[in-house]
Design a protein around this ligand. Structure first.
Ligand SMILES: [Zn+2]
Length: 223
């Protein structure tokens, strides 16, 4: 058994029972699912039951009996970003600081779902900004990627949303975001070669106006 499971692994492979929430690293999400989501869970479960019938399977078969509820819980977890407020989350961790060089967090793992097929896309985000009197706790840059990734997305919009929220809350001299991801809707259907990666970028301020800033950012993330 793997020692470290991500919360999504835990939920998708082995959904916790009502008593088994301790395996989740993010208790908040499971409290949410446990206490508030009864109606949503049953709505999604019913839909998944119909899906199973629709693909010609028997939803009453032993192995599938609990699948609708498992899928429902997984879906609620994978879309929990709709119930999180990225502005509040960032604002709580803003500090006054005179540091004025680029801050870069690279290789932020990201798991999202394409809104066209509801299949996963996953990869890495690189997020940079140049402070303008304010900095934000570095872990929040990764968290903000997650809040937007845990929704139905297209990679282009996800990239821009991350840029915009940092620009709006911090008002820095510029923001640069690059996302590299593989889309299962392409890989599994054989639309693209299996190793193809989609890259998107969104920039603002000095990342747009200064060639050297943009080059430095791209050089640092490609290193
Ligand atoms: Zn898709």
């Amino acid at each position: 058994m793997k020692q470290e499971k991500t919360p999504s692994d835990t939920l998708v492979n082995e959904p916790p029972s009502y008593s088994g929430y301790s395996s989740c690293a993010d208790d908040e999400c499971f409290d949410d699912i446990r206490n508030i989501d009864t109606e949503a869970i049953s709505g999604i479960s019913n839909a998944v039951y119909s899906m199973i019938e629709g693909i010609g399977e028997d939803p009453e078969r032993e192995g599938l009996l609990k699948t609708p509820e498992r899928v429902a819980r997984a879906m609620r977890f994978l879309t929990k970003g709709y119930r999180q407020n990225p502005v509040e989350m960032l604002q709580k961790a803003v500090f006054t600081e005179s540091y004025d060089e680029m801050v870069l967090v690279k290789d932020i793992e990201l798991f999202s779902m394409c809104e066209h097929h509801m299949l996963p896309f996953f990869g890495k985000a690189h997020v940079a900004y140049i402070p303008n009197g304010k900095i934000v706790g570095i872990s929040k840059l990764a968290r903000v990627v997650e809040v937007y990734a845990r929704r139905l997305q297209v990679q282009e919009r996800l990239t821009q949303q991350v840029r915009d929220i940092i620009q709006d809350v911090l008002n820095p001299r510029g923001v640069g975001v690059v996302i590299e991801a593989k889309h299962m809707c392409m890989v599994m259907r054989g639309v693209e070669k299996q190793n193809s990666t989609t890259t998107t970028s969104a920039m603002s301020g000095e990342f747009l106006s200064s060639q050297s800033t943009r080059s430095e950012f791209l050089r640092l993330i490609n290193r």
